[in-house]
Every structure is written in C-alpha cells, then in structure tokens.
Design a protein around this ligand. Structure first.
Ligand SMILES: *Cc1c(COP(=O)(O)O)cnc(C)c1O
Length: 463
C-alpha cells in the first residue's frame, strides 16, 4: 500500500486498509469514517496536463493515487469507461455559462441526478471486487425518494449483487416510484412499505442489527459515507475549474454546492487540498441549515427536519461532516472522538478557532429558490432544478469580478416538475427518459414494516 492509498478512521481505531477494503467496508468498524492517510498534492505541470483530458481520462488520473495497487490501473480504466458510457451527454458533464455563473450539469446519468456520477462507478467496483475476491453482496436500503433509484441503477444486472430498496407506500412521488419499479433486472427488488419513511428506516436498522442474518445473507449498504462515493466526486471539481478557467482566463474559481449530507462538498474540499484551482467553496443549504449555521457561527447543532422544495437536502445531521471535522481539528482523532461524543450527548458541538476561509456559506429558502428558478428562466430560458436553485441563490451573494463562479447542478428539473410548475406557472420541465417511464411495466411488493416480514422476503428472493 502506498501512503496515499491506505485508509484510516477519523476516530483512529482501525488498522490501515487499502482501497478495495475501504470500498467494501463503508463505515469504519470503530464508528468513524474512512479517510486517506494522506491527500496527494498535484503540481502545476500535472494540472496543465490534465486540462486537455476527456472526463473519463481525467477521472482515472485524479483517482489513481487513491486506488493505488488495490486494482490494476488497466482494470480500473475499464471500470471508469464503462461507468461513464451510461451518461447521455457526449462530454459526460457539460459546463455551461448561464448569466453570471457557470452551471456544471452533473445530471446526465441514468436517473438524471448527480448521485449517478458516483453510484455508476460504485456498482462496477462492487461487481469487479466480488468477482475477483469472491463473495456476494446483498444491498438493502430505505429511501424517501432519490437515492434508491440511483443505487438501483448502479447495480442493476450486476453479477454477485442483489438490491432491496424499501420506500414508503404512497409517499414517494409517482415518478420516483417508477424510476425504481420499472427496472426489469432480476437482481432488483422494490419493497413498498406500509408506513412512513421512518418505518422503513427503523426496520432497516432492525435487520442490520440482526447480526446472524446480516452475516449469513451478506448484507451491505450503499450509503453516502462510502469513501468511493466521495472520491468519484472529487474529479468534477477539477473538471469544472478547468472549464471555467478556459473561458475566463482566471487563476482560480469558486464553486457553489447545494448541500445535504456534506458528501459532495467534502469531495470539493479534497480537490482543493490536492491543489485544484479553487479559491473557495460556497456551501448552500435550504431551510435545513445546520451546515450553513456551522460555517457562519462555529456551532453545529441539530434542529428538526423541515420539508422543502429541495427534498434531497432536507437533512439535519450530515453524515459526512465528521470527515471535514477531522481536518478542521488538525487531523486529531482524539479531538474528533471527543467532539462526536459531545454531539451525541448534547446534540450540539462548538468550534472556536476563528473559522475556515476555505468556505463561504448561506441559506437559500423557498422564496429564494422559486425566485432563482423564475429569473434564470426569464433571462436565459434555463430551468434550474430546486436543489441547484438553492446553490445559485446563495452563490449570488458571493459573486466577485475577478473570480468566476461555478454552480453545481445536481438534478435535472424534470425530476422536480411540481416545483418548476410552482415557480414558472407552467409545466415546462420534461425529459424523454422520464416521460417514457409512464408506459413501462412495474414490479414491486407491498410489505409490513416488520423485521421478520422483510427478512423472510429477502431470504425467499435469494433462494
Ligand atoms: C443528494 C443530493 C444533494 C445533496 O448532496 P450531499 O452529498 O448529500 O450534500 C443535492 N441535490 C440533489 C439533487 C441530491 O440528490
């Protein structure tokens, strides 16, 4: 293992593992999150070489030191090529000038949301490692909407993997349900749970806590703390910076990120630490603003979740925040343990160190979201999805003349057509992939949210 490609826990309690082990492990065994033992730095010459690469080529180069010897580079290149062949845009991730900002469109994958960028590769990594090292993986998850379909599309048809996704019956949008239930592959199992999202979460926890069942059925998760998901996202921060620099000749850019679990923006932080030409990151939340409050006050304190037009950011406790905390306290696992214990006990932690100039942060509320969608449509005929609109409305507070602003666009607007209708007064957001789902056959079972019921269904499917 080279230094860059070994992984340690934010809480210091795990012997170093390699990239392959980190991918299969997900959460570290001591309750912390895996991070690379060192972040490689990239010099000017390398950056200049990277500018002319295609997206898949750049992805291979950026990730290479983090993968190390765990996967032969030629094999890794094939996995990357296969993962981005499913994207509908020729250059995978188009970056477009719209008004005063650059919009980096991360939504051209199979489910039209940015989670595809990571989950398409994660599915291929799982399949490759299971085939090579032996074993099976049965992914089980509970979704309130979007993550489920991106996970399903990441592993559909893959050997050695089955996926079980629970969603609350009648409480996800018909479109979101169809994105899951129209997938015909035999390894995909959609479970409508009679109850709420919380019932799904609860029964999921109960199943995972049944350690005998978990072990004998090789259960795993694809949650947002998997290191590979973060790593894959580091790539487009380089990509977007290069594109905006090429258009403007600027020495560096700033990048606005609509944030929920702090996964995406943590990837930006890694890119910045590696030496990507990024001056600062603009963190944008909706009304669920634990993270923007933290960056403006130093206090990280949990509130209650409030439903908004950008549901994928309706999160109070950000599962990737601990990774950032590790760096913020000087890479000191003991301090991380103390702070996380304090947060668990008091639902709040405070850092008084004068702040971190790497980040600007703000909150884009519902009125600002609707207003941004309307203004960008009126002036440029460009439709922002509501998550992207949160990012754009916060970015507008931090525009600067000498530094271009890139806004990450995390979903296609057609996925959130009701919000677009509300902002524009017309049903303008469509996408052929989504419109086509209406005519496809669906498959799902409806089950009670009880551990024994779910376990019996899983074991029957795997017979
Ligand atoms: C998941 C998601 C986000 C938030 O990403 P995090 O990595 O959780 O910060 C933003 N927008 C959309 C559309 C998403 O699906």
């Amino acid at each position: 293992m080279s230094a860059f490609s070994s992984y340690i826990s934010t809480r210091g309690g795990v012997a170093p593992v390699d990239f392959a082990q980190a991918v299969m492990m997900g959460l570290a065994d001591d309750g912390g999150l895996l991070i690379p033992s060192q972040i490689p730095s990239v010099g000017k010459d390398t950056l200049n070489k990277w500018r002319s690469l295609t997206y898949p080529e750049l992805a291979c180069e950026v990730m290479r030191p983090f993968v190390g010897d765990a996967i032969p580079y030629d094999d890794f290149k094939q996995l990357v090529a296969k993962s981005y062949a499913t994207f509908q845009a020729d250059d995978v991730i188009p970056v477009k000038k719209v008004g005063k900002v650059f919009i980096c469109e991360l939504f051209h994958g199979p489910t039209l949301a940015f989670k595809d960028v990571a989950l398409q590769l994660l599915g291929n990594l799982f399949e490759y490692l299971l085939k090579r090292d032996g074993g099976k993986l049965n992914i089980i998850g509970a979704t309130s909407g979007d993550t489920g379909s991106a996970a399903i599309h990441g592993v559909r048809g893959k050997q050695g993997i089955d996926i079980f996704i629970m969603f609350p019956d009648g409480r996800v949008s018909p479109l979101q349900e169809r994105q899951m239930t129209t997938v015909p592959d035999a390894n995909v199992h959609c479970i409508a749970v009679k109850g709420t999202f919380d019932d799904g979460q609860r029964v999921l926890k109960e199943v995972f806590n049944d350690l005998d069942f978990k072990r004998s059925y090789h259960l795993g998760a694809v949650n947002s703390v998997n290191w590979a998901r973060v790593l894959v996202q580091v790539v487009y921060y380089f990509w977007a910076s290069f594109k905006a620099q090429k258009e403007t000749g600027a020495a560096a850019v700033q990048i606005a990120v609509p944030t929920g679990n702090f996964g995406d923006i943590f990837a930006g932080y890694v890119a910045l630490r590696m030496g990507a030409p990024i001056r600062r990151l603009i963190l944008a939340t909706n009304e669920n603003d634990i993270l923007s409050r933290f960056f403006n006050t130093g206090v990280y304190s949990r509130g209650t979740v409030c439903p908004t037009l950008s549901p994928s950011m309706d999160i109070q406790v950000a599962s990737n925040f601990e990774r950032y905390l590790y760096y913020r306290v000087g890479q000191n696992p003991e301090k991380v343990r103390t702070l996380m214990a304090q947060f668990a006990a008091e639902k709040s932690l405070t850092i008084n160190d004068g702040g971190d100039a790497t980040f600007a942060a703000g909150r884009g509320d519902t009125a600002m979201t609707l207003d941004a969608i309307k203004r960008y449509y009126d002036s440029d005929k460009y439709i922002l999805d509501p998550h992207t609109a949160v990012g754009v409305s916060v970015a507008e507070k931090f525009l600067a003349d000498d530094i271009p602003t890139v806004c990450l666009a995390t979903a296609h607007p057609a996925k959130f057509a009701a919000a677009i209708q509300k902002a524009l007064g017309q049903d303008l957001a469509h996408h052929p992939t989504l419109d086509a789902l209406v005519n496809l056959p669906t498959r799902r079972v409806t089950l009670d949210p009880q551990k024994d019921v779910i376990e019996k269904y899983v074991s029957d499917c795997l017979k």
